[in-house]
Design a protein. Structure first.
Length: 372
């Protein structure tokens, strides 16, 4: 099956992956660190995410039609290249069960408190395994093309519906109580979630028009950051900074404040739809990358075979965290922010870009001298 996706689909994939998870999981750490200046943290996070997007798209342009597993060994050498591939596979193998567990915890709290988490996780595993097996990245891209606009519209709806709850005094004082250290500290968690353009290193090879992928990727990062920035400002202005840093999900709490014309309220379902849609796209992309990447790395001819092995592994791994703190806070603080962000999202793409350009330049010079 010849899997191909368009630049527009890349836009919706990255926007969907970035938006829902960042809104729900990373605004609280920013509020804890920077208080009313958390919006400055989001602005800084967006700059970091933009650098990541520029790096990974530049690397992909050097190797058109190839993915990370194709070009890493040729750029860095066989064993260093394989080590880099393993580092990225570890990222995807660990983040997938963590997102599954975060999804089940939130569903249990918001929707199905009496339903065992195992059944919630199993249902999502079966769903993403089916999406990956039957449609591959092409089918997932079509889903994101449908779900992405819904996610975007619903976020904007929540923001617009809260305009009458705004108190601009909550945003003051500006900078005085935080300082640049706390602002940077508050930027790290959202930057790591807005940095999912790093997956472009894998699915750039599926683009039907590779040269258009960079513009759509950068646009997706910019739009996601703008929406998260506006949402953070709204959360501060509506909820204030005395309560919101102590909330697990301030975006949900803000939606509960909505009351229009005295009788339109109970908007709780809107953030849930945003969350579930975004999580589905994110998990489906991860599951496909794991299946396809592992098969390619192990030289297995049919990547679909791997879905039968990876699905039960993800289910078991998702049950390991004992509570929401282990599934969210510990993973974020011990691996995702201190390792995945600086190494997987910034360091390794920069290394691949520099060495790739040097090798390409030396190869072009050698060819020119040979022809001469």
């Amino acid at each position: 099956m010849n899997l191909k996706i368009s630049g527009v689909q890349v836009f919706w994939i990255i926007l969907s992956m970035n938006l829902g998870m960042t809104l729900v999981m990373t605004i609280t750490p920013s509020l804890e660190a920077a208080k009313q200046d958390a919006w400055l943290s989001i602005l800084a996070a967006g700059c970091i995410a933009l650098v990541i997007a520029l790096l990974v798209t530049a690397v992909a342009r050097i190797f058109p039609g190839q993915n990370l597993i194709d070009f890493a060994p040729s750029v860095l050498g066989t064993w260093p290249g394989k080590l880099v591939i393993v580092i990225y596979l570890v990222q995807w193998y660990t983040i997938t069960p963590i997102v599954l567990r975060q999804f089940s915890d939130l569903v249990s709290v918001m929707l199905l408190p009496e339903t065992p988490e195992e059944f919630v996780i199993l249902l999502m595993v079966l769903l993403i395994a089916y999406a990956s097996y039957s449609g591959g990245i092409e089918g997932i891209a079509r889903c994101s093309e449908f779900l992405g606009p819904i996610i975007l519209i619903m976020v904007v709806l929540v923001l617009l519906a809260n305009i009458n709850n705004i108190n601009l005094k909550h945003i003051l004082p500006f900078y005085a109580d935080s300082g640049y250290k706390n602002i940077i500290k508050g930027a790290l968690a959202p930057a790591s979630y807005l940095g999912h353009s790093v997956e472009y290193l894998m699915f750039a090879s599926f683009l039907s028009q590779p040269r258009k992928g960079r513009a759509y990727t950068i646009l997706a990062v910019l739009v996601a950051n703008l929406i998260v920035l506006l949402t953070t400002i709204m959360i501060i202005a509506v909820l204030g900074v005395n309560l919101s840093p102590n909330m697990w999900y301030p975006f949900f709490e803000m939606a509960q404040k909505i009351s229009l014309f005295g009788f339109i309220d109970n908007f709780d379902a809107v953030p849930v739809v945003i969350w579930i849609s975004s999580v589905f796209v994110k998990l489906a992309v991860y599951f496909f990358l794991l299946s396809y990447g592992t098969a390619q790395f192990l030289k297995i001819r049919s990547w679909r075979i791997m879905t039968w092995f990876i699905a039960p592994v993800m289910f078991v791994f998702a049950l390991i965290p004992q509570n929401v703190i282990e599934a969210t806070t510990n993973y974020l603080q011990r691996y995702w922010v201190p390792f995945a962000l600086p190494v997987n999202m910034l360091g390794l793409p920069f290394l691949l870009l520099v060495i790739g350009k040097l090798k390409k330049g030396s190869g072009a010079s050698a060819a020119k001298n040979g022809n001469g």
